[in-house]
Design a protein around this ligand. Sequence first.
Ligand code: PEP
Ligand code: MG
Length: 571
Amino acid sequence: MFGAHEAPSIVARQKIPAADIQAQTARLEAAIVQSRKQLTKLKARLGNLPEDSQAEIAPLLDAYLQMVGPSRLVRGARRRIAEMLVTAETAVMDETDAIAQAIMALPADDDPAGRKRRAEEVREIGRRLVRNLTQTPFRSFSGLPPGSVLVCESLRPADAALLDPSRLAGVATDEGGSDGHTAIMLRALGVPAVLGVAGLSQAARPGETVVIDGVAGSVVVNPSAETLAAARRSVTAFAREQQKLAKLRRLASVTTDNEAVELQANLEIPAELPLIAQAGAAGIGLLRSEFLFMNRETLPNEDEQTETYRSVIEAMGGDPVTIRVLDWGGEKDIEALQSEGVVPEVTDENPALGLRGIRLLLRETELFETQLAAILRASTSGPTRVLLPMVTNVGEVRTAREIYERVARRLRRRGERIPEALPPLGVMIETPGAALSADALALEADFFSIGTNDLTMYTLAVDRGETDVAGLYDPLHPAVLRLVQFATEAALRMRMPVSVCGEMAANPRLTKLLLGLGIRSFSMNAAAVPRVKQAIRAANIDDCARFARRVMEQSDPARIQELVLGTAPPT
Ligand code: PEP
Ligand code: MG
């Protein structure tokens, strides 16, 4: 376990020609405005902290705000650009160094710790300005010693995306759930994690040893020598099993009776691309495009998005890529949308039921059109599909398609190269509204992707990231299974592609049931692909269908769990 420190920014000293003074000064001014905005936002969020933390942090933020106002630091940095002909970054770092040294050189009074603290505050604000000048995201955990375990109250998906998996041995939090977006992000990074251990952050202290078993969902603080030895053995056994599973990579994904099943990967961040290749997934069934918008203050423009999508599509070398348009809302809070005023600072009281997914995109059409244009331009590089999140009615799909076609016409007029036939436009079935209108949606959509995470949450009225109700979150609840079945059958009747991309798809113990319900396409975190392939290669479709019928006759969730998870008494 560790305490987090930020590594100092390293800036190469750089000279500029006199003609660049104005441009460098403008960069400095923009970074000052951005820093002021960030600090004001942090101040507004202080109310969420306990009172003693507020009392400690508020004066610090005020001091920072003063330093990005009409301060000696700002005046000095401007002067350095103009007189010493250096870049804005160099000017800021040199000026903060000079001020910090001047503070430290003050006559030794009775408060040497205070001087040190004030000097560090100046350096900290300098680092913030440089981060904003270089557009470098804040990596609060970049200085972790290798093998660290992060224990904290809660972790946002955007913060999880900044963790360095090569240094982190595990993550455990008080709040959260195994199918929430933070858990999904950590799984994508390959970091063992257990979320939702009430009181853990109080029980564990920095420097203590912690064993985290992401498979069993257990956390042991200060383990005994035997527990530690057993954990080490499990790590070795896990690595050995991974090696064995890797051998499945080249084997076909077919059942014993030769039915082909498509196995694709979900992608949260581009860093997963090598894992997807290693896992032998046949393309990307769900690219969650939120990563493009996370941990930044500005929205990515059309060119930037095009480049990112294109690089993913090219990396898949001809295998299809399904790009889901931005699913903002719920627990996925994204700074860039707030900084640019796309969504208000304080959103709905109940964000999961608010302006999420397609609802936001249909209101902020410029945001939607920019993303669609980028996907269309990138789609000349390989087979691509477009997926709409959080749909609840056919009107949303119709309007989305109109916008999609309008964007395509505009690109053609602009002379951009896009495919003759537009990439298929599909719908996430992740709300009961969508599942129960699946027959109507099947007339509007080109494919379905069943998002069992949100479908479970919305059907059972259980927040997927909420520890207190985690025990009620049950994708095997008959209500959820009936919706999956109804949506699948609606798609199959129309001979329309349908896949499952929620966490259910990644659980090999559920493979037989999903095959029996008619699913022939799965998308999951890359690491899960080999185990699910193993389950598919052991399955027989007639058996699966019989098994699914037996499960669907049950109305008691406990009985279904017994049947599906293999703990059923012999019948
Ligand atoms: C789902 O809801 O099942 C899904 C795949 O989407 P996300 O997890 O990104 O909400
Ligand atoms: Mg979802």
